[in-house]
Design a protein around this ligand. Sequence first.
Ligand code: FMN
Ligand code: FE2
Ligand code: FE2
Length: 398
Amino acid sequence: MAKVWIERIFTDPEVYLLRIDDEKIKYFEASWDIPEGISYNAYLVKLNGANVLIDGWKESYSNDFLKALSNLIDPKDITHIIVNHTEPDHSGTLPGILNANKNRAKVIASNFAKKLLESFYNITNVEAVSDNQQMQIGEKTFRFVMTPWLHWPDTMVTYLDGVLFGCDVGGGYSLPSAIDDSDERTVEEYLPYVTKYIVTVIGHYKGYILEGAKKLSSLDIKALLPGHGLIWKKDPQRLLQHYVNVANGVAQKRKILVVYDSMYGFVENVMNKVLDTLREKGFNLVVYRFTDQHDSPVSEILKDVPDSRALVFGVSTYEADIHPKMRYVLYEIMDKANYEKPVLFFGVHGWAASVELTVKKILKDSKFKFVSFVETKGGKIDEEKMKQAIEALLKELE
Ligand SMILES: Cc1cc2nc3c(=O)[nH]c(=O)nc-3n(C[C@H](O)[C@H](O)[C@H](O)COP(=O)(O)O)c2cc1C
Ligand SMILES: [Fe+2]
Ligand SMILES: [Fe+2]
């Protein structure tokens, strides 16, 4: 049984959190390894003459959601359902709730979400709202702010009396042992999972993160209640700033990310020398490798890009291309974690050097700054060339 949290967050207005901890999930969006799990957070706001449900859970938890909700209210008494985002990790429970509600509630969503609700679930009776539209519900003023591409084109957030219901905006992976940010240790343990969530889920739309953060900064936000992970009551600005820092790729001074593959140990020999040299220079190295003994989750590699100063790759030549695992890693980095950071390559081939051009092609349309590609036949690296390449990288970091 998945853990369910039902907690009253505020008394005026009366706001409840309904959170379920999905620890069964292995690959978010069928892509990203998340052994840490993810929670889905929905909210119920009880007002004078109105009961407003905001978002929901994944479809597989429909029964749990109805049960949890029924602890707080008869589903038939829900008067409004706000759908901030239609991705099924939040909207999957909507058909079941509407059924239990006998379709009495007014469903509110963006214009784009209205179309998606029809195509996903055949839900047609939706009131579409536009950017900054206000709506009086139960003697309170709700405001809807469009935040397109955070995470989908349909996405909006809902603002009520200083409380921002962010859905994907403000979310993170993992199952925090608390519901909010009041304990500093909980927050510190949680923030890396926020970074991983940002890069893997919305990293492709970094520009929109900055745009969205700017737009939301005009609101007086006293609390941020997202659709995943911790809620932010003590310091919501801290989380919004974290989103901005990740989008901007704000780096730790001495952190370098290293990723390599090695089928039979030749690339590894080269990279061990590279790692020793970088360590001697005082860098903190975060190393991921693909060998006949080790695999590395690409989601973790992506998480370590934003706060690295530079990226160093070791690649073997494989059928005149780069190793398939490294192809995937590079493709995802270019797509999800594309930053103005210097990158250095060490390539190893058996009989024909052929991948430098491939690598340059991959980097061509990215923001990354190509520093050098040091080619080696077999495992015997030219140490002078290696040192020169590392010096060139360090120059970029001055
Ligand atoms: C499946 C496979 C395909 C390879 N394809 C090429 C190739 O197209 N061109 C080349 O020069 N070397 C090729 N090689 C040789 C490797 O690039 C070379 O042995 C290199 O040193 C591998 O380093 P590693 O054992 O650390 O992965 C291939 C090796 C394997 C196992
Ligand atoms: Fe989403
Ligand atoms: Fe989500």
